[in-house]
Design a protein around this ligand. Structure first.
Ligand code: RNT
Ligand code: ZN
Length: 421
């Protein structure tokens, strides 16, 4: 569509929205300030650059073998550059796992990593205006092979992983200092039992002890923010996960940590949308791992589902978006990996736009007057308001392609780069 037509459609949409009390220009302005953190691991099936060849483990499973996977830091950065160029808005972030350090062919174990190994990422992020978030990697390692890390019964193994956690916070802080925006360093550990445990308390006590040791040092929240990520179950931890929702909710509240809500980490009929307003009352900030579980925590590419729309609505309705860090968490190796990032991130931003276009004032006043008929009418009619025209305008004015045209860029990149790897 021509720019002229996009703008004509936007002018009509703006008028239509004004009639229901929504200022589309204000919505766009608010949206432009929200960063989304792209997860590095969609680019290479959570491979990383340690070169060890350990099984992924931790219950993580990536399916598919689409050609062109990134195998070096430069390749991954180049793929990310293409993805960011097709996503509207500036200042989107990168969510990096510890196993993506640059080790120059040397064996550097997880308890030896330092900010030095992430210098390449720091420089790239600085040059491209990205903030960086960080994650210790408690999987794909011989010391995590039996499914336990920080809650392991073996003191030596716990000590090893505690050291990893301590170093990761320092690396997060180094990113924060270099980039002028704090890293959210997110702790997810796979610890759990496949079959019915005899003791559910012991591992949780060991986990708390390990985490308390990791978090002992105070680090300024200008540099680093710690988050903890609960999970209901995983492959190989079907019967018991040490870091359950109740466990980490209590931990985060008592230790003043961020709680991470992953959309795939609850019972399939449960949505994290409803949890946001509750946990925000008791923890300082939250991190989201926006994902799409299909029948289980399958980490499918985020599509424009009702669940996603509800998550975005609840983020915006809190009126506290600065305290909600939006990360993505999916991995699909059956389709072009760069396209997967673009699809999922554009959908996240699209859902945030739709949330900003909600006729919020009219809905709330109907609700306060207990006029539930009006509330339902407004909600349903809002679904067919011309928000697509606002989205096209947003893309056009924020350096991103309008509509599906971005796929031609991906196809060209396949021919020029990906298929030559
Ligand atoms: C696993 C968690 C975790 C991972 C990443 C790779 O169930 O969701 O966030 O997906 O850290
Ligand atoms: Zn997650």
């Amino acid at each position: 569509m021509s720019t002229e037509k996009t703008e004509q459609a936007y002018a009509l949409a703006k008028e239509r929205y004004a009639a229901v009390g929504v200022d589309t220009d204000a919505a766009i302005k608010a949206l432009a300030r929200i960063p989304v953190s792209l997860h590095c691991w969609q680019g290479d099936d959570i491979g990383g650059f340690e070169g060890g060849g350990s099984d992924l483990g931790g219950g993580l499973a990536v399916t598919g073998n689409y050609p062109g996977k990134a195998t070096t830091p430069d390749q991954l950065r180049s793929d990310l550059d293409v993805a960011y160029s097709l996503i509207p808005g500036k200042g989107h972030r990168l969510n990096l796992h510890a196993l993506y350090g640059e080790f120059g062919g040397k064996k550097v174990d997880r308890d030896e990593i330092t900010p030095e190994h992430f210098q390449g990422w720091i420089e790239w992020a600085k040059a491209n205006g990205h903030g960086v978030d960080f994650n210790p990697s408690y999987f794909a390692h011989p010391k995590a092979e039996d499914g336990f890390t920080l809650a392991h019964t073996d003191q030596g193994i716990r000590d090893f992983w505690v050291e990893h956690g301590i170093r990761c916070r320092d690396i997060g802080a180094a990113f924060g200092a270099a980039l002028g925006t704090p890293a959210v360093t997110n702790f997810w550990m796979p610890d759990g039992y496949k079959d019915t445990p005899a003791d559910r308390t012991g591992p949780r006590l060991r986990m708390s002890d390990s985490l308390d040791r990791i978090f002992e040092k105070t680090i300024s929240s200008d540099l680093n923010l710690d988050a903890v990520e609960p999970k209901l179950f995983g492959i190989g931890s079907e019967s018991y996960v040490v870091g359950s929702h109740e466990y980490y909710l209590g931990y985060a509240i008592t230790r003043d940590k961020l709680l991470c809500l992953d959309a795939g980490h609850f019972h399939p009929t449960e949505s994290i949308a409803d949890k946001i307003s509750s946990v925000m009352l008791y923890v300082p900030e939250i991190l989201l791992h926006v994902s799409r579980g299909v029948r289980w925590d399958s980490d499918h590419v985020v599509t424009f589902t009702e669940d996603l729309q509800n998550i975005a609505l609840e983020i915006v309705r809190t009126g506290n978006v600065d305290k909600i860090h939006i990360g993505l968490d999916f991995f699909d190796a059956q389709i072009n990996r760069v396209a997967a990032w673009v699809i999922g991130t554009r959908n996240m931003i699209r859902a945030l736009l739709l949330a900003h276009l909600e006729p919020a004032e009219r809905l709330r006043s109907a609700e306060l007057e207990a006029d539930f008929t009006t509330r339902l009418v407004l909600m349903e009619e809002a679904k067919s308001l011309p928000w697509g025209a606002v989205w096209d305008h947003y893309c056009a004015t924020n350096d991103a392609p309008v509509g599906e045209n971005w796929l031609t860029t991906i196809r060209q990149y396949e021919q020029d780069v990906l298929f030559k790897r």
